[in-house]
Design a protein around this ligand. Structure first.
Ligand SMILES: C[S@@+](CC[C@H](N)C(=O)[O-])C[C@H]1O[C@@H](n2cnc3c(N)ncnc32)[C@H](O)[C@@H]1O
Length: 228
């Protein structure tokens, strides 16, 4: 595992590919707009996609609308948050826009390119270069656990055994009343009924986001029966 911390955050604004700017009175409007129209997340995403399309599992970075939906209702009291597969950091930035402190966010990313870039841009977020299947060993939040896990992983392109490993790791890394949020391009929850039953998970669709490429649904999963 490589834990990456580096660089200085360039600005506190919503960068390109992040959530919609929820603070219209933001001071650095011109700089913010300039950064928002930059093409870097697409070129970074494209490079990583060509290197490993199956692992990236999407054809474009998540839209600001999807980032907004998956972080809906969250505020500064909702940490610590563990993010799996942050990619270009669209959800990470949306969490920060909602008020979650960067020190309360840790992100596990398998791609060295994505991990190093994110660590360079969001220096106060703990970015861990590693496999989410090892979540129990990698989470920095200790036995008290995370309040929320946001999963951006391409679960549908993973073998069921790996999905089970990741999901059981998530449940071990979450507080008892914790929540797991994930998104999918398919019509159903990407965690199979078998795995949900095995882990005592109840899934609920909380949003449909047409303004994403492709359109996506957001699901919330909670463990109804603990200790499985
Ligand atoms: C669909 S993309 C996430 C897109 C992200 N929301 C964005 O806007 O950039 C999936 C991400 O999961 C990462 N990933 C895939 N398998 C992983 C694994 N086993 N552990 C950690 N990250 C993984 C990929 O490298 C990629 O960054």
């Amino acid at each position: 595992m490589l834990r990456i911390t580096s660089g200085q955050t360039e600005c506190g604004c919503t960068p390109q590919g992040g959530a919609p700017n929820l603070r219209p009175n933001h001071g650095k409007v011109r700089g913010c707009i300039a950064r928002n129209i930059s093409a870097w997340p697409i070129s970074l995403f494209g490079r990583e996609w060509f290197r490993s399309p199956r692992s990236v599992g999407a054809i474009a970075p998540s839209s600001a609308y999807l980032a907004h939906a998956i972080t809906n209702g969250l505020s500064k009291t909702d940490g610590p948050v563990l993010e799996l597969g942050p990619g270009t950091g669209a959800f990470t930035r949306a969490l920060m826009e909602r008020g979650v402190l960067p020190e309360q966010i840790a992100a596990i990313e398998a791609s060295e390119g994505f991990a190093a870039t994110l660590a360079g841009q969001l220096s106060r977020v703990t970015v861990i270069h590693g496999d989410a299947a090892r979540i129990s060993q990698l989470t920095p939040f200790g036995p008290s656990g995370a309040a929320l896990i946001i999963c951006g992983l391409p679960l549908l392109s993973m073998p069921p055994a790996k999905v089970l490993r990741i999901l059981s790791g998530c449940m071990r890394s979450l507080r008892q009343d914790g929540e797991l949020r994930l998104f999918t391009y398919g019509p159903r929850c990407p965690v199979s009924k078998v795995i949900r039953a095995r882990l005592g998970l109840v899934a609920r669709r909380i949003a449909f986001v047409p303004m994403n490429i492709p359109p996506a649904s957001v699901f919330s999963l909670r463990q109804e029966v603990h200790g499985l």
